[in-house]
Write a protein that binds this ligand. Structure first.
Ligand code: HEC
Ligand code: HEC
Length: 396
């Protein structure tokens, strides 16, 4: 820039300044307004949209693929090009060079002009950095799938429902459906062992959630309580144990009140006077809570599995254990605590509540339907309409 140009520039600058706005208060005011608008926007997003919490971190879960926040993805992508021993090139050297290049721009690009075409060095460096960051971010986003949504519960209700399921499958065989304890019957290796109640006031008042978590996580091996945490050779993730502790606390501790909707989500639906129960609506929740713990793969159970309708109807050394319409089905006899060829009373430790046995009986008597629709078609009140409907549709 020669003298001439400099003078012209300063002249122009002075004129601009004279017509211009003041930094204080004009610009400051505008900044404040915009910042406040953005603040309100964020507040609104946080209140009305929010971000779902992820399940608690699980150090023992080896299937987890860590993935940084989006604004670090480009650095993350670098790791792929500089793996292992030379990782430091991608994570330290290159980013440092890039930052220095930007930081020192005013020192090595001494062009007095502001127009971008006249500032080749600065423009090129800036473009390289921006294109690099954007490009790497896109590459990373495309090539790493987001962490698979773990279908784990985050609300209290979801946790209680999930916890109930997990408890039913893994704990009922030794601790009973209501955590009542007593003598263990029908569990290999622990036959006849007496366990204390884990749902008593005594237990609930003296054990914190953390204690429960720890006991379930690594068990009490010397007492016969196996470890359940993934980290100790068990099969339950942190989220599952956490949900189970929530379930135990809300269900058994008389000091906390279970949320209305949670109580309902876990409840077995009430039956109308003539209604035929169905497997999917009525029997499955009962079986899940009181039987599946023993009647699944790998347990002592005469090969009788009850994890689905099919299994409940067809498996077992003395199959069929459910004969539609026949109250002498093995299941019903055993629920009434009879000793028959197929085995002893079921569940071995404690009788089901009479109203649950009644639902079972009405299901078998009604024809043991699987779905709610099939059950509705079998109900006496629904019967007149169902055959009519099929008749009109089949006759020309
Ligand atoms: C194979 C049998 C078995 C299974 C399955 C089992 N437990 Fe246990 N559990 C025991 C035994 C035995 C004890 C020792 C307690 C006793 O002697 O009263 C125990 C102790 C406990 C205790 C500690 C009681 C206390 O205060 O000292 C808790 C809590 C517990 N179990 C919860 C669970 C939960 C939750 C599950 C399901 C994930 C489960 N258990 C599954 C057998 C079992
Ligand atoms: C604590 C474990 C345990 C629980 C809980 C349990 N069972 Fe059993 N069940 C067994 C064992 C063990 C056998 C094998 C026969 C025996 O030892 O009495 C068995 C056998 C049976 C059989 C005979 C199967 C065949 O083909 O021989 C039926 C039917 C049955 N159970 C129904 C139920 C029902 C229904 C429930 C739930 C209401 C239930 N059981 C809960 C352990 C259990």
């Amino acid at each position: 820039m020669n003298e001439e140009q400099k003078k012209a520039y300063l002249e122009e600058y002075k004129q601009e300044k004279e017509k211009g706005v003041k930094f204080y208060p004009d610009i400051i005011y505008k900044d404040l307004v915009v910042s406040f608008a953005i603040f309100l926007l964020l507040l609104g997003l946080a209140i009305f949209v929010g971000v779902a919490a992820e399940p608690p971190a699980d150090p023992s879960d080896s299937s987890y693929i860590p993935r940084p926040e989006w604004y670090f993805l480009f650095l993350f992508e670098m790791l792929k090009y500089f793996p292992g021993q030379i990782e430091w090139v991608g994570t330290v050297i290159i980013p440092t060079i890039a930052v220095l290049a930007l930081l020192l721009l005013p020192f090595y690009d001494r062009s007095p002009f502001r127009y971008w075409k006249k500032r080749k060095v600065a423009t090129v460096i800036m473009s390289v950095v921006v294109v690099g960051i954007v490009g790497l971010t896109i590459l990373a986003a495309v090539t790493t799938p987001p962490q698979e949504e773990t279908a784990l519960a985050t609300t209290i209700t979801d946790k209680i429902v999930l916890g109930q399921d997990v408890y039913s499958i893994h704990c009922v065989e030794c601790h009973g459906a209501e955590g009542e304890g007593g003598e263990i019957i029908g569990v290999e290796g622990l036959e006849g062992v007496i366990v204390k109640s884990i749902s008593s006031q005594d237990e609930m008042y003296t054990r914190s959630d953390d204690t429960f978590y720890a006991i379930i996580d690594y068990g009490q091996p010397d007492l016969g309580m196996p470890p359940f945490g993934l980290g100790y050779g068990g099969e339950l993730s942190r989220g599952e144990i956490d949900a189970m502790v929530t379930f135990m606390r809300y269900t058994w501790d008389d000091r906390v009140e279970i949320p209305e909707e949670a109580a309902q989500a876990g409840a077995i639906p009430a039956l109308g006077p003539d209604e035929v129960p169905s497997f999917e609506v009525h029997i499955e929740p009962i079986v899940k809570r009181y039987c599946v713990s023993c009647h699944r793969q790998g347990k002592k159970n005469n090969n009788y599995l009850m994890r689905s309708f099919q299994e409940t109807m067809e498996t077992g050394d003395h199959a069929p254990n459910v004969i539609p319409g026949d109250l002498n089905s093995n299941n019903i006899l055993m629920l009434h605590r009879q000793e028959i060829e197929a085995g002893g009373p079921m569940p071995p430790t404690r009788a089901l509540k009479p109203e649950l046995i009644e639902i079972f009986e009405r299901w078998v008597l009604g024809g043991a339907p699987e779905t709610a629709e099939e059950a509705a078609a079998l109900s006496p009140t629904a019967a007149p309409t169902a055959p009519e409907a099929t008749e009109t549709s089949t006759s020309p």
